[in-house]
Design a protein around this ligand. Structure first.
Ligand code: DGL
Length: 278
């Protein structure tokens, strides 16, 4: 498919997490068209084997490219940990932007020398995290939590409820007792609970949301490639899910602050994304 200025930015995540990145992209580049894919039929990714996440990510990339994507944003730390390097090697002509836990800015900002990192088990196990820690932690102590069950609560739109609070308190209390002053959000679902994190941790703890920096990187790459859309237009977003389209549709105004139509897609042999009727 030829690449045009009007071609969309392709974004994917296991579910609604990538909407935190999409929100930043919409704020910085409202003229860009976007195709968003949430693999809600397979969520959560965080407890799956790396190889399987790679397979899903490759199929979703093919799906987004077939819809004309001019760049692919892997708006999922887990998929980035499992598949970003693989995707770059496989699709040599495609530009990818991925996520990595923001250990570098956190290590630069901390005064206490202790930083909390919230991410999925797969992200913590991946080579990407190990390399970020090795390059940037610089003697700073990182306290990690996988916040089990938090992704599922956010998928239900439960951003403030008792269970969400319980999970976050369990994760953050031991970190706060050890005097962390910075929290890294290493999962794209988590920016939606920043108000609750801030309430539990207090306003003096800095919470790092990587989404605006990722959106700036997308913008830089599009500019460098001469691929920015006409700034006078308003880009629209097409949403696809392998889960329940009505559930995603009803969450869009809450999480993204705008509404949209959601199409349902299916998986064939867990390796090809196929359009579905109705
Ligand atoms: N949003 C994904 C991430 O950034 C993880 C959610 C999942 O476990 O599926 O890591």
């Amino acid at each position: 498919m030829p690449m045009l200025l009007t071609s969309p930015i392709g974004i994917f995540d296991s579910g609604v997490g990538g909407l935190s990145v999409l929100k930043a992209i919409r704020a910085q580049m409202p003229e860009e068209m976007v195709v968003y894919f949430g693999d809600q039929g397979h969520i959560p990714y965080g407890s799956r084997p790396m190889e399987q996440i790679r397979e899903f990510s490759e199929a979703i990339t093919n799906f987004l490219l077939a819809r004309g994507a001019k760049i692919i944003v892997v708006a999922c730390n887990t998929a980035s940990a499992a598949a970003l390097k693989y995707l770059r090697g496989k699709f040599l002509h495609v530009q990818f932007v991925g996520m990595e836990p923001a250990v570098k800015p956190a290590a630069e900002a901390t005064q206490t020398g202790r930083v909390g990192v919230l991410a999925t088990p797969a992200t913590f196990q991946g080579a990407l995290y190990a390399s970020v820690v090795e390059r940037f932690a610089n003697g700073v102590e990182l306290l990690q939590s996988t916040c089990n069950g938090l992704v599922q609560q956010i998928e239900r739109g439960n951003l403030h409820g008792a269970e969400t609070r319980r999970i976050l308190e369990n994760a953050l209390r031991p970190m706060l007792e050890k005097n962390i002053d910075t929290v890294v959000l290493g999962c794209t679902h988590y920016p939606f609970v920043i108000p609750l994190i801030q309430e539990i941790a207090g306003e003096n703890v800095r919470v790092i949301d990587p989404a605006p920096a990722v959106a700036r990187q997308v913008k830089r790459l599009l500019e460098a490639g001469g691929l920015r859309n006409d700034p006078s237009v308003r880009g629209d977003v097409r949403f696809y899910t392998s889960g329940d389209p009505d559930a995603l549709k009803s969450l869009l105004p809450v999480l993204l602050g705008e509404s949209g139509e959601v199409e349902r897609v299916g998986w064939r042999h867990d390796s090809v994304v196929v359009p579905l009727e109705g």
